[in-house]
Design a protein around this ligand. Structure first.
Ligand code: PHE
Length: 440
């Protein structure tokens, strides 16, 4: 059991938000590795404008063939390559690249980002340098090796991460930029960006979400003057800064620190707040592993780092009940938020009825729930609310059957029976052709 220590004791802010589960911190734990291709030629990712083939237009998000993020051109043919086994980026994910919800001042994620900026600006007299426009396409070195993610860590698998090719991924955390920015000589910085993870489907999980990373570097004179050793000094400063941030965002809440594990920090902690009669994880953080500073030519320094998920916090602060809503362009959603208004409570415009469809099939050894979810999202897009395993058995011959219940529900309108039957039919077809399963 992780040790928890209480740092505050006072009443939490009253609110009527329903409790939910949030994104798992995938870097916290080890798990068995899943094999993935180890070879593959790096693609010309950032080639200049290419003519491009006619785009399949999805009805939820028209996909442009060329995007630009932070001055970098991203060409669709380089990112989505269905016939390349080292590539697992689908169209639906490509369509999210470049949307940068965190850079919209009237969007809940932009409002939250700005509120966190305000906290750091006020308390560190503008010394934190902010990055929110770095390309989400990074090397496996940046995403994993540079931050000491072990070679057999589950987050490296093709089942968990979107690979553009064997050496290039869609970043699965903003920690991917730590070493690059440390090397550039930055001592205090915040990195906000869209991050990508293959995952299951429910109201709090979406394969694209947003994180903010913070890093602060200290020089020897800073901790020497304090009489503390370097690590204790950094840990103390880290906790003080982040407790202040939690107060800034949530008001006078009860908080506790929980010891945890991340490959990139030691010691590592999670900050939890007591909110709506429940302990809720707010962020992960710790004292940066010395090896990371060494690789960044910062041998003599000590540093802290934190990472927080913006959706998780925004769902609580704005009472947004479904993570798909962040992507909604429906004016009944977008019009409810405006710049600087942290915590304006979202008023659901209506709850449309869900429709459940079950699908049973014999699995193969290569079956994974993440792959199934990718297929379902590929067909139903944001009309799928949840995919849940409801039955699982193995017969005498050793064949395993799964039954999944798919909940279809739009956040914006009622779906017709005809439309849902068609979706379910297409999902079944796609499962057969892409998942190597036998429908029952
Ligand atoms: N990168 C971690 C994650 O995505 C969060 C984190 C960042 C933890 C920095 C510690 C330090 O789960």
């Amino acid at each position: 059991m992780a040790a928890a220590s209480l740092v505050h004791s006072s009443l939490c802010r009253p609110s009527s938000f329903l409790h939910q589960q949030y994104h798992h911190h995938r870097f916290r734990t080890f798990a068995l590795s899943i094999p993935f291709p180890s070879s593959g030629s790096p693609a010309s990712l950032f080639s200049s404008l290419s003519s491009g083939s006619p785009q399949k237009k999805s009805r939820w998000a028209p996909v442009a063939a060329v995007l630009e993020v932070g001055g970098v051109k991203i060409v669709k043919e380089d990112v989505v390559r269905e016939d390349d086994p080292t590539n697992n980026v689908p169209d639906t994910i490509f369509s999210k690249l470049g949307l940068q919800l965190h850079r919209r001042d009237n969007h809940p994620l932009g409002i939250l980002k700005n509120a966190i900026y305000e906290y750091f600006d006020t308390n560190y007299s503008g010394k934190f340098v902010k990055f929110d426009n770095l390309s989400p396409i990074v090397s496996t070195k940046e995403n994993f090796d540079d931050v000491l993610v072990p070679a057999d860590h589950v987050s490296r698998s093709y089942n968990d991460t979107y690979y553009v090719n064997a050496n290039t991924v869609l970043r699965c955390h903003t920690s991917a930029h730590q070493v690059e920015l440390l090397r550039q000589g930055h001592n205090q910085f915040l990195v906000t960006g869209d991050v990508y993870r293959r995952d299951s489907i429910d109201a709090t999980h979406y394969p694209v979400f947003h994180q903010m990373e913070g890093v602060r570097v200290f020089s020897p004179d800073e901790w020497q003057a304090s009489g503390l050793d370097a690590t204790s000094y950094a840990a103390m400063d880290l906790k003080k800064s982040l407790e202040g941030l939690a107060c800034h965002l949530f008001g006078d809440v009860e908080m506790r620190w929980v010891d945890t594990y991340f490959p990139f920090t030691n010691p590592s902690f999670e900050l939890e707040i007591y909110f709506q009669e429940k302990w809720m994880e707010v962020l992960g953080c710790g004292v940066t592993e010395q090896e990371i500073l060494k690789r960044s030519d910062r041998m003599d320094n000590v540093a802290w780092a934190f990472g927080l998920g913006l959706e998780r916090l925004a769902m609580v602060l704005f009472e947004i009940p479904d993570i798909r809503l962040f992507w909604s362009t429906d004016e009944r959603f977008t019009s409810q938020f405006s710049e600087g208004q942290l915590g304006a409570k979202f008023k659901p415009f209506s709850k449309f009825p869900p429709c459940y469809k079950d699908v049973s099939f014999w699995i193969s050894d290569s079956f994974t729930e993440n792959n199934l979810c990718e297929v379902v999202r590929g067909i139903a897009g944001d009309l799928v609310e949840e995919v849940q395993l409801i039955d699982n058995f193995t017969n005498k011959k050793g064949m395993t059957s799964h039954c999944y219940r798919i909940a279809y529900r739009s956040t914006e309108r009622s779906l017709t029976d005809e439309e849902i039957n068609q979706l379910q039919w297409n999902v079944r077809e796609a499962m057969q052709s892409k998942l190597n399963v036998v429908l029952r």
